[in-house]
Ligand binder design. Structure first.
Ligand SMILES: NC(=O)c1ccc[n+]([C@@H]2O[C@H](COP(=O)([O-])OP(=O)(O)OC[C@H]3O[C@@H](n4cnc5c(N)ncnc54)[C@H](O)[C@@H]3O)[C@@H](O)[C@H]2O)c1
Length: 367
């Protein structure tokens, strides 16, 4: 382990320090780059767990190396968040001014194949982070990446209308999407959703019980050019890669009309910044692209084809994924109300074109 051995280079007096777990992943790396660009010393913690979960296609070392090469204020800590000892030592050593916890086992399909690893990473790892933060950095705002899977498949109970290319909420009062008040229990979550519920509730509790400035960000589809998308996680990244390489994409159920709302990782980092600047205790926000950035799988095929000029190859399996949402659109009203300066800055078109460029570059580099 390398806790403390990776102090960011060129640290200035009074420079603020941020600790980012899962720093080599999609959201973690974006948050690292975002805060480094604003003069923070950035401590990243990652153990390339994604490669252990998804195999070589999920390997995030390339992104770690990119951060180490490109960010002057960045230091990498090879830390496994499942290890209480390593996490306590990390936070005691770094004493960060802010913490962003993104490390996770992120796939709901995979969790059933590795229940212990999933729970140890998502629930126990988050508990380790919270308690270490309470002991050594209790004033630091603590932003936790949760997920919309904490609602289980309950959103599927809303009446839906079938349109030509997508499912849509049938009732006008549901059109703004799913709000934070939506119930989180008595539905099927997948083991992943359940381990994230445990973490989500604990993050809220450390805010409410101990007064720490914690928040849970219940992500819709978080995406961006630095995702190592694979079939089981990171649908847009994986879909665009399939399109680029002429590989067959498998659609699981719901006629390919299932709707996701997509948010660029930069807009996630921008919201985290707004929260850190003006933190609250034990908060919960639904963080997605909202209606403006929503698309169905069929609509995503068309957008991918538009950006690459290549026809999408796909097959249809008439069996949906366990606990999958049919139509999920995040209601962003609470975020906008608490942080009125924040808004979505990257459109769906921006997102498709950036992911396409990134895969083109990465595929060429690995050839
Ligand atoms: N990407 C999405 O669509 C999405 C949607 C909703 C919620 N989320 C949540 O957002 C967070 C970030 O997601 P992401 O897409 O950036 O995931 P990611 O897999 O790209 O990044 C997670 C990082 O955590 C690291 N990691 C895994 N286990 C670890 C461990 N034991 N110790 C240290 N590091 C470990 C991985 O190596 C990886 O680099 C996760 O909590 C995820 O559940 C993501």
């Amino acid at each position: 382990m390398a806790v403390g051995s990776a102090a960011p280079k060129m640290r200035m007096a009074n420079q603020k320090k941020i600790l980012v777990t899962g720093s080599s992943g999609l959201i973690g790396s974006e948050v690292c780059a975002y805060f480094a660009a604003r003069g923070w010393a950035v401590h990243g913690a990652d153990n390339n767990g994604r490669a252990a979960f998804f195999g070589p296609q999920g390997d995030t070392r390339w992104n770690q190396r990119r951060l180490q090469a490109e960010l002057s204020g960045f230091g990498h800590h090879e830390v496994d968040i499942r290890s209480r000892e390593q996490v306590l030592k990390l936070i005691e050593t770094v004493r960060p001014d802010a913490i962003v916890h993104t490390a996770a086992q992120p796939s709901h399909d995979l969790a059933a194949k590795m229940p212990f690893e999933d729970f140890d990473t998502n629930a126990v790892g988050t508990m380790n982070m919270l308690e270490a933060a309470r002991r050594f950095a209790p004033e630091a705002p603590f932003a936790h990446m949760s997920t919309n899977k904490v609602y289980g498949d309950a959103p599927n109970e809303l009446p839906l209308a079938e349109l030509e290319t997508r499912w849509e909420y049938a009732k006008p009062e549901h059109k703004t999407g799913i709000a934070e008040s939506f119930r989180i229990d008595q539905s099927k979550h997948s083991l992943f959703g359940a381990s994230k519920v445990a973490a989500d509730i604990m993050v809220q509790e450390y805010g409410r019980y101990f007064g720490m400035k914690t928040c849970c960000l219940r992500g819709g589809c978080l995406t961006g050019p630095n995702h190592s998308g694979v079939e089981l996680h990171g649908f847009l990244s994986y879909l665009i890669r399939c399109n680029l390489e002429g590989k067959k994409y498998t659609v699981f159920g719901y006629k390919g009309k299932q709707v996701r709302d997509n948010i660029h990782s930069l807009d996630v980092a921008r919201f985290i910044h707004a929260f850190i600047d003006n933190p609250r205790s034990g908060e919960v926000y639904n963080l997605g692209g909202g209606r403006g950035n929503s698309c169905s799988i069929l609509e995503a095929f068309k957008l991918a084809e538009d950006v690459s000029g290549k026809k999408m190859q796909y097959e249809y399996v008439d069996k949906n994924r366990e606990g999958d949402h049919i139509c999920y659109i995040s209601d962003l009203s609470k975020m906008r109300q608490h942080y009125p300066d924040w808004n979505i800055s990257k459109s769906l078109k921006d997102i498709f074109s950036e992911i396409h460029q990134s895969w083109t570059r990465r595929v060429q580099q690995s050839a």
